[in-house]
Design a protein around this ligand. Structure first.
Ligand code: GRF
Length: 209
């Protein structure tokens, strides 16, 4: 399967997915990297690995670099992209893209949705909110993307214990470690078409035969 990964930052999840594709644990290829920050770590990694980098959305200061939503959809189609994977991409996904790739866009969030999500809750703020709430567990959620932030159908989660005296930074590090494992596993499953949609709309991952 052909994958487009969207990042805004360091891109450690993107790297793990790319490594999974290279070592054969994921039956897919990252054919495009999309970013709103063309000099971020994820974009640099893409360039040094020969993966084309697209800028989306257009930057206010350098609009000539960026694509419009319909141009983005056209390029993704031109590359034959099967799945869009958001990995630390902080901009809202335009409706055009959601409609062009129904049930084909995934996001990873560093807490257990539907708690601790939504617009404005990202990065270290998420982990701070988890610790302040007194929750005993956190962990990554991978979900399908709809028109809002963090509200699409949940596909996979994994639990990470919150420990006494945890700092947001320490918790973030342990959650990120789980994110890497979970995202590679889930991308492996979608590439092997192991997702089954339950009648009520809940997506389930089937085990390997
Ligand atoms: C991850 O914690 C992800 O859950 C969140 O942004 C972070 C991205 O990290 N959406 P990286 O760029 O993959 O290192």
């Amino acid at each position: 399967k052909k994958l487009a990964v969207f990042v805004s930052g360091g891109g450690s999840n993107f790297r793990k997915i790319h490594e999974g594709c290279s070592d054969g644990s994921v039956n897919g290829d990252v054919v495009l990297l999309v970013t709103n920050k063309k000099d971020c770590g994820g974009a640099e990694y893409a360039r040094s690995n020969g993966i084309p980098v697209l800028v989306f959305p257009k930057a206010k200061r350098e609009p000539s670099d960026g694509l419009s939503p319909s141009e983005l959809v056209d390029v993704l189609r031109k590359y034959g992209v099967d799945f869009v994977l958001l990995a630390g991409y902080l901009k809202l996904i335009p409706v055009e893209l959601v409609q062009a790739f129904p049930k084909r866009i995934l996001n990873i969030h560093p807490a257990l949705l539907p708690a601790f999500g939504g617009k404005g809750l990202y990065g270290i703020k998420v982990h701070k909110a988890v610790i302040e709430s007194g929750a005993r567990y956190s962990g990554p959620t991978i979900h399908f993307v709809d028109e809002e932030y963090d509200t699409g159908r949940i596909l996979a989660q994994s639990a990470v214990r919150v420990i006494a005296n945890d700092t947001p930074e320490e918790l973030a590090k342990r959650v990120l470690h789980e994110e890497h494992k979970l995202y590679v596993e889930v991308v492996g499953a979608i590439c092997e078409e192991r997702i089954k949609w339950r009648e009520d709309g809940v997506p389930l991952i089937q085990n390997k035969q």
